[in-house]
Design a protein around this ligand. Structure first.
Ligand SMILES: C=C1C[C@]23C[C@H]1CC[C@H]2[C@]1(C)CCC[C@@](C)(C(=O)O)[C@H]1[C@@H]3C(=O)O
Ligand SMILES: O=C(O)CCC(=O)C(=O)O
Ligand SMILES: [Fe+2]
Length: 350
């Protein structure tokens, strides 16, 4: 209903210093060809080049693209099609899986239940993916249990999509390990049996797109995000004090470092500020897979990344603690990890 109104409710209007600016020149992010890296016969020079590109990008803004990732165009297309079918449902149907306060799964629109100002112009559906042999069909079961057996086809698509995302994440973790001078397996083993979050972002058209934001400025508190945009521009990253756009590329996934991996890398790789803007002409959708370790695994950097010149930057924590902090105590923004560290060590949050 909101997207037809000429004016927008005050709660969706963002402060002047956060309103989207018209200018957002393209950010030149490295494109990592995983085919060269994944194949058993991958040449050392190809691995070295991928490692160099990733190191340069992750040390600066934490964003890169992956292509030749091995995930079928048909599965990606099905995931977008299923998202369109879900969001086309009447509000009463979507509210069957309404997200409960303090929980990170379920359907949310406008976020009025969570925040009173700076509301994002979006609807979201978030659900959990467990890479765990003991719970093989968490996604499929969620759709059937929460929405009904007629949603089994959607559940099957997202179950397969999340399995592919998890497998791709582990390959990227190998590359991140190599690029940091840690063994290829270190981070891969840390994220095996991951307990991740899949999120379907739906951004309706907005008649006043320069007054609001689809997703506000934030760093992802998670470890690694694998994003697939539809054909509509909207993702922006804050680099060198300027908002820069990353245009959709159907053959590529946008990958970015999250706060938890920034802590794992002892602040060598950066979890950076980004946001999503909306427009007055068309809806926009994005598929976001947020890689998270098992809840109680302790997040601390490998000793190879510690030395007298680079002391510990963040205290030990578990993802469960950081997730609860973002769901119950603090709206994730550009300063989440520092605020969380202060909260853990009981300093007043600035
Ligand atoms: C762990 C998470 C919290 C959020 C979803 C995932 C990773 C990104 C986070 C978020 C998108 C950052 C911006 C604010 C937020 C409230 C949102 O706009 O949805 C965040 C998500 C959340 O807390 O639900
Ligand atoms: O929709 C997008 O392009 C970005 C969304 C995002 O950053 C998020 O959901 O964390
Ligand atoms: Fe994000």
């Amino acid at each position: 209903m909101l997207n037809l109104q000429a004016t927008i409710p005050n709660q969706f209007i963002w402060p002047d210093d956060e309103k989207p600016c018209t200018e957002a020149p393209e950010l030149d992010v490295p494109l990592i060809d995983l085919q060269n890296f994944l194949s058993a016969s991958s040449s050392p020079s190809a691995t070295l080049e991928a490692s160099r590109l990733i190191s340069e990008a992750c040390s600066k803004h934490g964003f890169f693209l992956v292509v030749n990732h091995g995930i079928s165009e048909e599965l990606i297309s099905d995931a977008h099609e299923c998202m369109a079918r879900f969001y086309d449902m009447p509000p009463s149907e979507k509210q069957k899986v309404q997200r409960k306060p303090g929980e990170s799964c379920g359907y949310a629109s406008s976020f009025t239940g969570r925040f009173s100002t700076k509301l994002p112009w979006k609807e979201t559906l978030s659900f959990r993916f467990c890479d765990d042999k003991n719970s093989p069909n968490t996604v499929q079961d969620y759709f059937c249990d929460a929405l009904g057996h007629e949603f089994l086809p959607l559940g099957k698509v997202y179950q397969e999509y999340c399995e592919e995302m998890s497998s791709l994440s582990l390959k990227i973790m190998e590359l991140l390990g190599l690029s940091l001078g840690v063994s290829r397996d270190y981070f891969r083993e840390f994220f095996e049996e991951n307990d991740s979050i899949m999120r379907l972002n739906y951004y309706p058209p907005c008649q006043k797109p320069n007054l609001t934001l689809g997703t506000g400025p934030h760093c992802d508190p998670t470890s690694l995000t694998i994003l697939h945009q539809d054909h509509v521009n909207g993702l922006q990253v804050f680099v060198d004090n300027q908002w820069r756009s990353i245009s959709p590329n159907p053959k590529a996934f946008v990958v970015n470092i999250g706060d938890t991996f920034m802590a794992l890398s002892n602040n060598i790789y950066k979890s950076c500020l980004h946001r999503a803007v909306v427009n007055s002409q068309s809806e926009r959708k994005s598929l976001a897979f947020f890689l998270c370790p098992k809840k109680y695994r302790v997040v601390k950097p490998p000793r190879e990344l510690l030395d007298s010149n680079t002391p510990r930057r963040y205290p030990d924590f578990t993802w469960s603690m950081l997730l609860e902090f973002t769901q119950k105590h603090y709206r994730a923004d550009m300063n989440t990890l520092q605020a969380f560290s202060d909260w853990l060590t009981k300093k007043p949050i600035k």
